[in-house]
Design a protein around this ligand. Structure first.
Ligand SMILES: C[S@@+](CC[C@H](N)C(=O)[O-])C[C@H]1O[C@@H](n2cnc3c(N)ncnc32)[C@H](O)[C@@H]1O
Length: 279
């Protein structure tokens, strides 16, 4: 049986600092097993006898490819199509109908998925637009998806999913309509893939490449940040969002006690946020 490479407390503390410094993600100390599980293959393929040896090397080197690999391996990429479903229902039934009316003259709409992981979230939105808002095809709709990890972005850009991923959250009707079966994988159709533009953006750094946004999906990412980072991010969202735009957070996330400028809106079972009139 293969021996698991252990990570001691000193090494784990170094990893926490590394991850925090480059992503703002806070790794809790109960995640040592994750470090062991995810760093072992990286250490092995880089030719180190142990994770400890790799960390000793990382400490002596300027931030580079192996550091990036290490950080990316320690950050959660968990995602799925139509994750938690209700936000997508709210988007389809309330938010897109409302904003398409409000933007009928300018005929443009900007949607941003701020931590898109392997792309299931932006492609879910693209499918909703394609299915239910055919008139938007002649508008200027920018569906921007970003992540700090070039590794997850490379996968997202491909739009190719394995059997397990395709089964998670995606109705069979949409699978059959918008995906082509390859040998063991499913490839999203080119016209859906082309609807999404992918960018590498670290959300704790500059957003200067972004236009003003009508709908922000900032889902399942705030939970990994500390209070200070959450507040700073919501402040930036406030500046990036158009005054009548919407913000969607993950089901365990809220603006409450972080930023009073947001009003909590409930559409059926979904909660989203809008700026108060006086913000
Ligand atoms: C748990 S996934 C959430 C994916 C998707 N939003 C969802 O709800 O299913 C979190 C994503 O955030 C990304 N991430 C972590 N820190 C980041 C940062 N500082 N800037 C941008 N993306 C980051 C990770 O690479 C990961 O893909």
């Amino acid at each position: 049986m293969k021996q698991i490479m252990a990570v001691n407390t000193t090494d784990f503390n170094y990893l926490r600092q590394l991850v925090y410094h480059h992503s703002a993600v806070v790794l809790h100390s109960d995640k040592t097993y994750l470090a062991e599980l995810h760093l072992q293959p990286i250490a092995e393929s880089a030719g180190f006898a142990s994770i400890s040896e790799m960390i000793a090397y990382l400490k002596t080197q300027p931030f580079d490819g192996l550091h990036i690999q290490t950080v990316e391996a320690l950050v959660t990429n968990e995602t799925s199509f139509f994750r938690d479903i209700y936000p997508f229902e709210a988007l389809k039934q309330f938010v897109l109908p409302e904003l398409s009316k409000k933007r009928a003259v300018e005929r443009s709409l900007n949607i941003w998925c701020a931590a898109c992981s392997h792309g299931q979230e932006p492609y879910s939105i693209a499918m909703i637009i394609r299915e239910h808002f055919p008139m938007l095809a002649s508008w200027s709709v920018r569906l921007i998806a970003s992540d700090f990890s070039s590794k997850v972005l490379a996968r997202a850009r491909k739009g190719r999913y394995n059997q397990l991923e395709i089964k998670r959250g995606l109705p069979k009707t949409l699978r059959d309509k918008y995906f082509q079966k390859l040998e063991n994988e499913w490839q999203i159709h080119e016209h859906i893939r082309q609807m999404v533009e992918f960018h590498q953006i670290n959300i704790v750094q500059s957003w200067s490449s972004l236009p003003k946004i009508d709908i922000v999906f900032l889902r399942n990412i705030l939970i990994y940040f500390d209070m200070e980072t959450k507040k700073a991010l919501l402040k930036k969202v406030k500046q990036q969002l158009r005054p009548d735009g919407y913000l969607f957070l993950g089901s365990g996330e809220t603006t409450i006690n972080l930023d009073n400028s947001f009003e909590r809106i409930q559409f059926d079972k979904s909660i989203c946020y809008r700026l108060h009139d006086n913000s």
